[in-house]
Write a protein that binds this ligand. Structure first.
Ligand code: TYD
Ligand code: MG
Length: 472
């Protein structure tokens, strides 16, 4: 009699071991090992010990065939299409991740309805809500008349069998992959093996039939798509739907995309009637500006191919703690530390006794180094208690030497600023092109920006507590 082997699978990375461990040796996470059935991996033998089937020969194809463009189907939501790279690719599988309640189901029911209204077959399968609930939501969104086919199902084999009948759907939404389960795997729904097995079966169906499938994935508190990161590797594209709970803005971002760019964002606004596309996000992100208060600077950024103006807010205040606090929302903590170090080392701005808070307005997350100059301007403005000119935008990368370095697409940034009524731009030296109508103030290094802001502070007869002179 052979002894039944136990397998413990890490719910974070999918590594398997023969015995339970408190810490996964592969990824270092604690308390993630869960017992799952042996050989329950993808493509495992069906339970019940049926003999493995014999292989079937298939035709190999030459690489020199006609290389046809991936046929895409635009969803009808321009912001969604921008992020996917122009629509859903036939036979592709897309994973949409995001916090609970962020609006994933809303977005997808809207996309499915738009496709159905365009005369395509769209199927929405919910593993979390009853059909009546999905229908009620659609009605509330004014989409009650759309011919989306609904089901509340969680058994992957049943779903695949149903979808294989009749005309192949162009879009299938699976909400969510964590609720699905397949017969091939013996683990509980939601475990890494189940999720992986279910995703595999659905991906196989997509490739075979040509239907585009969107899998909804939950996100854990540290921002990863819950359970298996492995699913991210299996699918063609991973989109993440982000936003602050208290803001109505929602940002759709491509984390991975086999058929398009990964730097485009789609911007939506959550309204009482569902998600509204925001075609000009700059206007939205600047709509609640607090003009004339110190510590805010407008950054002229680029998200993908689109310029985007956004307000950067800083608060610099004397600290009551031994170690001053540095807190950042929407920007990189390390870049803040770098900008602060450059301000201290090259500009004589002493921040060792101050708490520093930096926030990107509207819940946006900026990754561009071009935001350095705007962040520095906001920080210095807050410290000096001197408001920056309300009609100025800032962009430029700061190097460790304190020099302000040119950034890409300066002309597009300036054009957007001009379009939105800004009168001047503080930019790196050498990005003067395309400045029609906009007063361009080229700064070579951070020192000149700091002294400019300091001069404003002095003029406003406020306490000149900005630069502590060594020579005094
Ligand atoms: P939902 O799509 O269910 O989120 P997810 O699927 O990502 O968990 O969105 C739920 C939230 O969206 C809920 O908090 C209410 C809000 N909402 C609106 O504000 N307006 C609407 O028209 C709808 C449908 C939802
Ligand atoms: Mg949902």
């Amino acid at each position: 009699m052979s002894k039944r082997h136990q397998t413990f699978v890490c719910q974070n990375c999918g590594a398997a071991t023969g015995r339970w461990q408190g810490k996964c040796e592969a990824c270092g996470e604690w308390n993630t090992m869960v017992e799952e059935s042996p050989d329950a991996g993808v493509g495992a033998r069906p339970l019940g010990g049926r003999a493995p089937r014999k292989g079937r020969a298939f035709a190999l194809e030459p690489m020199t065939g006609e290389a046809h463009e991936a046929p895409r189907l635009p969803s009808g939501l321009a912001e969604l299409d921008r992020v996917t790279g122009g629509g859903f690719v036939r036979g592709s599988v897309l994973l949409l991740g995001g916090d609970p309640g962020i609006g994933k189901s809303t977005l997808l029911i809207q996309a499915a309805a738009a496709l159905a209204n365009g005369g395509h077959r769209a199927v929405y399968i919910s593993g979390e809500e009853a059909v009546a609930q999905v229908r009620m939501r659609a009605e509330r969104l004014g989409l009650g008349g759309a011919k989306v086919e609904l089901a509340a199902e969680t058994a992957v084999e049943d779903i695949v069998a149903t979808l294989s009948e009749g005309k192949t759907p162009r879009l299938v939404v699976i909400d969510s992959i964590q609720t699905m389960w397949t017969d091939l795997v013996d683990s509980a729904p939601g475990t890494v093996t189940q999720v992986r097995g279910s995703a595999q079966a659905l991906i196989r169906f997509a490739k075979r039939s040509g239907a585009a499938i969107i899998l909804v994935g939950h996100v854990t508190k540290d921002g990863q798509i819950a359970g298996p990161r492995v699913v991210e590797h299996m699918v063609d594209a991973v989109l993440s739907f982000e936003g602050e709970g208290s803001h109505q803005f929602r940002i759709l971002r491509a984390v991975k995309n086999r058929f398009g760019p990964t730097d485009e964002i789609g911007v939506f606004e959550m309204t009482g009637l569902g998600l509204r596309e925001v075609a000009n996000p700059s206007e939205l992100f600047l709509s609640e500006r607090d003009l004339g208060s110190p510590g805010t600077a407008v950054f002229a950024g680029i998200e993908g191919t689109r310029p985007l103006l956004v307000e950067i807010q800083a608060l610099v205040a004397p600290t009551s703690l031994g170690t001053p606090r540095r807190a950042v929302v929407g920007w990189d903590q390390n870049r803040l530390a770098m900008v602060l170090a450059v301000l201290e080392a090259h500009c004589g701005v002493k921040l060792g006794g101050h708490d520093v808070y930096l926030n990107v307005a509207g819940g946006l997350r900026i990754v561009e180094p071009a935001a350095d100059l705007a962040a520095a301007a906001a920080l210095v403005s807050s410290l000096a208690n001197a408001p920056l000119p309300p009609d100025a935008v800032y962009f430029g990368e700061i190097s460790l030497s304190g020099a302000v370095r040119p950034v890409a697409q300066a002309a597009a940034r300036l054009k957007e600023a001009q379009k939105l009524g800004f009168g001047r731009a503080v930019v790196p030296d050498g990005s003067r092109e395309g400045d029609g109508g906009l007063a361009v103030n080229a700064v070579e290094n951070l020192v000149s920006l700091v002294s400019e802001i300091a001069a404003r502070a002095d003029k406003g007869s406020r306490r000149p507590r900005l630069v502590e002179r060594e020579d005094g």
